[in-house]
Design a protein around this ligand. Structure first.
Ligand code: R5P
Length: 295
């Protein structure tokens, strides 16, 4: 045995130092392996960005427009997304377990559109999230909201328990009905979430000074789409957000409420992963829409 080992000594390549790569996502280098691996299933490591498809809206607003039949409206879109954001109820009942898409599981809730929205708690325990193979846990944080403190503490509890098992937390900076949406507000909200441990943050795009929101946040930011706007406008918003430092989108209504959702999600992908301009992405949308049936 000793003789065989000597013959193979050159395979140790002692002159080549082992590489020590930095992890590709901002602020995530010091995380543990499992946490990084889960983030790498949400964010594409080639572009450092993600197209998350959000369809968790039913957790507080029921079968909203476009989500009446998730099996019919959303399943055909999933192959174009890097990740899906949803509740455990929809995951278990509608999403085939054969999917390889990473799951960002909505774990806060308890309020409805009929009452105070910020009055949320954690509604999924960690064992359930592990059982469902979640890659991240999403929690709503209402900075400035009536239940601000409770929602911040929901997030920090989740960060602690998720960290124990290597599951990242996505903090969603929720804007209540009356709250002002500007860069100053989102700088405040995103920074609080990051300082208190969120691993990535979902926020809204604002036309003015959005780059100050991304620059002052030490972890990746993805933008929500917000209310449905014309496709070209939504592509412009996604483009600007990406160029101003967002690491992707977590978009719902502007995809599934589009007349041509499959065309729209592919156009959004082009903006996010190929830096396509809104004009070219919109041309792609129109081209793909022309071959498809209206939703
Ligand atoms: C909202 O509370 C939900 O978490 C949605 O996932 C989020 O608002 C993103 O969806 P949309 O692009 O429709 O705003």
């Amino acid at each position: 045995m000793a003789e065989i080992d000597e013959k193979r000594a050159n395979l140790f390549y002692s002159e080549i130092p082992q590489q020590a790569d930095l992890f590709f996502l901002k602020g995530c280098n010091s995380l543990d392996w499992g946490m990084k691996n889960r983030l790498a299933r949400i964010f594409n490591s080639s572009t450092g960005r993600t197209v998350m498809l959000a369809f968790d809206h039913g957790y507080f607003q029921g079968p909203t427009s476009g989500l009446e039949r998730i099996d019919l409206s959303i399943l055909p879109l999933i192959s174009y997304a890097d990740s899906i954001m949803l509740t455990r109820g929809i995951l278990r009942t509608i999403i085939p377990a054969s999917t390889t898409k990473s799951v960002v599981l909505r774990v806060s809730g308890g309020s409805s559109i009929l009452k105070e929205l910020s009055n949320e708690g954690l509604v999924v325990d960690i064992e359930e999230a592990i059982r469902l193979n979640a890659c991240a846990l999403a929690v709503q944080v209402f900075i400035g909201g009536e239940y601000e403190k409770e929602t911040v503490l929901n997030m920090t509890k989740l960060v602690d328990v998720g960290t124990r098992y290597g599951i990242p937390t996505l903090a969603v900076t929720a804007v209540g009905r009356e709250m002002q949406r500007d860069a100053r507000y989102f700088r405040l909200a995103c920074r609080i979430c990051a300082e208190l441990g969120a691993h990535f943050i979902k926020t809204y795009y604002v036309e003015e000074d959005f780059e100050t929101v991304t620059a002052s946040c030490p972890v990746p930011i993805v933008i929500a789409g917000g209310k449905k706007i014309p496709e070209f406008e939504a592509l412009k918003m996604a483009y600007r957000a990406i160029q101003e430092g967002a690491a992707g989108v977590d978009m719902g209504r502007n995809i599934f409420q589009s007349n041509y959702p499959e065309a729209m999600i592919q156009a959004v992908r082009a903006v996010v992963h190929q830096n396509e301009t809104p004009e070219k992405a919109y041309a792609l949308y129109q081209e793909l829409a022309a071959t498809r049936t209206k939703a």
